[in-house]
Design a protein. Structure first.
Length: 491
C-alpha cells in the first residue's frame, strides 16, 4: 500500500517540524516555500562582513527541538548544539538602574533585592505563581488542541478546569504585577513579557504571567551557529527522512473537491494531489489567497480579530565592542503605559520606545569583523494598517539613537558602518504575515487562547494549520507545539 501524501505550504519552523513528524509516521511529505530559503521569520543574512539572525533571537525550551531528532531515532547532539545562558538578559532603566536577569533563581532574586529593594521572597512568590499557571495550562492550552472533544475528556483537562480560577484570567497582567511588587521597575520588568506574544500588558489577561516561568525555569540558550542553525539542522533532519523541499514555489491555491475536501494544491497552475494539506502560512492569507473562491467557508470572526503587534528592526554593523552589553539587552521606556497606548490606541510609535538589542557576536565572534558587533535593534510597533512608515521610521531611528547615546555614553550614529531595516510592510511581504503582525492575533482578551484559529479547518476536510497564527500561538516553542498537535490530529 503506497504511503499517504502530505503537502505543506510554507517552510517556517512549524512547517518543517510538521514535515519531520509526518515523515516519521510514514507519510510522503513535500514542502512548498515561496522564498528561496527555509525558516520564514527565522532567517539570516550577511552584510559587509556582519551576519544577522533576521528574526526570533531568544531561544527557550530547546527540548522541543531535541524531541524531533529523538522521534527520528537520531542523537540531537549530532545535529544541533546549544549552551545555556548564565544571564538571560541585561536591563537598563532611565534612572540608571542596571539589572542582570540571572538564570539561577536564587542569584536572580538576590539581584532584584539588591537593585530594587524588593524582598527575595516576593520574587520567589511571583515565580511560584508563574509555575502554578504553567502546571494548570501546559497540558491543556499548549500541548493539546482546544478544538477536540477528547481534550476535554482527559483527566489532566478536568483537573485544570477545577483549578481555572488560579490562572488569573480576569485581571490584566499589569494589575496582577502591581499586586506582587511595590517597585515600579519590577512591575515594568514583568509587564514586558506581554510583548513575547505581541500583546498589551494593560489589556492582556494575567494568565500570560506564565511566560516568565518558561524563561526562568527552563532557561534561555544560544545555539552554536546562531539562531538560524535551528532551521538548518531541522532541514537536514527532514531531508534525511525523505522530505522534499521546493523553494521559489509559491502556492496559488488549495484545491477542494465538490464535497469541500482538500485534495491537493496548485503551483504555477499545476495540480499536485495529496491526502492531507497543511498550511504554515498565516491563516488570514491561507483563506484570502489560497481559498479566495470559497469565502463561504471562511471563519469570518476569527479572521477579523485584532492582530498582534509588529516590529521595527534596525540591523547595524557597529565598529566598536561594548563590554557593558550582553547577548540580550533591554533599554526600558520611562513611561511604559504611554508606549503601549501609542502602539494599541494611536497605532503609531512613542518617542521614547523600549529598545531590545541582541548581539549574537557576543557568543559567535565571527558574526562581526574584529573589534566590531552586529546589533539587532528592535522596538515594538503596531501592525501595518496604512501608517506612513517612512516618516515613522525616520523619527524612530533618531529617537532610538538618542536614547542609546544617553544610556551608553557614546555617539552610536558615528559607529554604524552598515544598516538594513525591516518594518511591518517587509515582514508582511517576506513572511506572508497579515499586517506584519508577529504572532497572528493578539492576546488582549481573557479568552484569547480559545479564540485562536484551530489546527484543523472546521468546514474543510483534510486541511490543517500550523505556525504562529494558529493555536497555541507564536514564538518558537509554541510553533513547534502546533506541529505536534497537527501531527497528532492527522494520526
Amino acid at each position: 500500500m503506497p504511503a499517504k501524501k502530505a503537502l505543506i505550504i510554507g517552510a517556517g519552523i512549524a512547517g518543517i517540524a510538521t514535515a519531520i513528524r509526518l515523515a516519521v509516521k510514514g507519510y510522503e511529505v513535500e514542502v512548498f516555500e515561496a522564498n528561496s530559503y527555509p525558516g520564514g521569520k527565522l532567517s539570516e543574512f550577511e552584510q559587509e562582513g556582519f551576519r544577522f539572525d533576521a528574526g526570533p533571537s531568544l531561544f527557550t525550551m530547546p527540548q522541543y527541538v531535541d524531541e524531533l531528532f529523538t522521534l527520528a531515532g537520531k542523537n540531537p547532539a549530532d545535529f544541533f548544539r546549544y549552551q545555556k545562558l548564565d544571564v538571560v538578559c541585561k536591563y537598563f532603566y532611565e534612572d540608571a538602574t542596571q539589572l542582570n536577569a540571572y538564570a539561577d533563581t536564587d542569584k536572580f532574586a538576590t539581584e532584584i533585592h539588591k537593585k530594587t529593594g524588593e524582598p527575595i521572597d516576593a520574587v520567589k512568590k511571583y515565580l511560584g505563581n508563574s509555575s502554578n499557571i504553567y502546571s494548570i495550562t501546559n497540558h491543556v492550552f499548549l500541548e493539546q488542541s482546544l478544538h477536540r472533544l477528547k481534550t476535554y475528556l482527559r483527566w489532566d483537562t478536568i483537573k485544570s478546569i477545577f483549578r481555572f480560577p488560579q490562572i488569573d484570567a480576569f485581571r490584566s497582567m499589569h494589575k496582577a504585577n502591581e499586586g506582587f511588587f511595590k517597585d515600579t521597575r519590577m512591575v515594568q520588568f514583568y509587564d514586558r513579557y506581554a510583548t513575547y506574544n505581541g500583546s498589551n500588558p494593560y489589556a492582556a489577561p494575567a494568565t500570560l504571567n506564565v511566560i516568565p516561568h518558561l524563561e526562568q525555569h527552563y532557561g534561555a540558550y544560544f545555539p552554536e551557529g546562531g539562531m538560524y542553525s535551528i532551521i538548518t539542522s531541522l532541514v537536514k533532519l527532514a531531508n534525511s527522512l525523505g522530505v522534499k523541499f521546493h523553494y521559489k514555489s509559491r502556492v496559488d491555491e488549495i484545491a477542494l473537491n465538490e464535497r469541500t475536501i482538500a485534495k491537493g494544491i496548485k503551483v504555477n497552475n499545476h495540480f499536485i494531489p495529496a491526502d492531507v494539506v497543511i498550511s504554515n502560512m498565516d491563516v488570514w492569507f491561507s483563506y484570502h489567497k489560497l481559498l479566495k473562491n470559497h469565502s463561504q467557508l471562511f471563519p469570518k470572526k476569527i479572521l477579523q480579530q485584532e492582530r498582534s503587534s509588529s516590529a521595527l528592526i534596525f540591523y547595524w554593523g557597529i565598529k566598536k565592542q561594548f563590554h557593558q552589553l550582553n547577548l540580550h539587552n533591554i533599554f526600558f521606556s520611562a513611561d511604559y503605559k504611554a508606549e503601549f497606548d501609542h502602539i494599541w490606541k494611536r497605532q503609531d510609535i512613542y518617542d521614547d520606545p523600549t529598545i531590545y538589542l541582541n548581539i549574537s557576536s557576543k557568543y559567535k565572534a565571527d558574526d562581526a569583523p574584529e573589534d566590531c558587533e552586529n546589533w539587532f535593534t528592535m522596538i515594538n510597533v503596531p501592525a501595518n494598517t496604512g501608517q506612513n512608515w517612512d516618516s515613522l521610521i525616520t523619527i524612530a531611528r533618531q529617537n532610538i539613537i538618542k536614547k542609546l547615546n544617553r544610556l551608553l555614553g557614546e555617539d552610536i550614529s558615528q559607529l554604524i558602518v552598515c544598516e538594513s531595516i525591516l518594518d511591518p510592510r517587509g515582514i508582511e511581504s517576506k513572511t506572508s504575515s497579515y499586517q506584519g503582525s508577529l504572532y497572528g492575533t493578539s492576546s488582549n482578551s481573557q479568552f484569547a487562547a480559545f479564540l485562536r484559529h484551530a489546527n484543523k479547518a472546521s468546514q474543510i476536510k483534510n486541511l490543517y494549520f500550523c505556525g504562529g497564527s494558529t493555536h497555541p500561538g507564536g514564538g518558537i516553542p509554541l510553533c513547534l507545539l502546533s506541529a505536534k498537535i497537527v501531527s497528532d490530529w492527522i494520526g
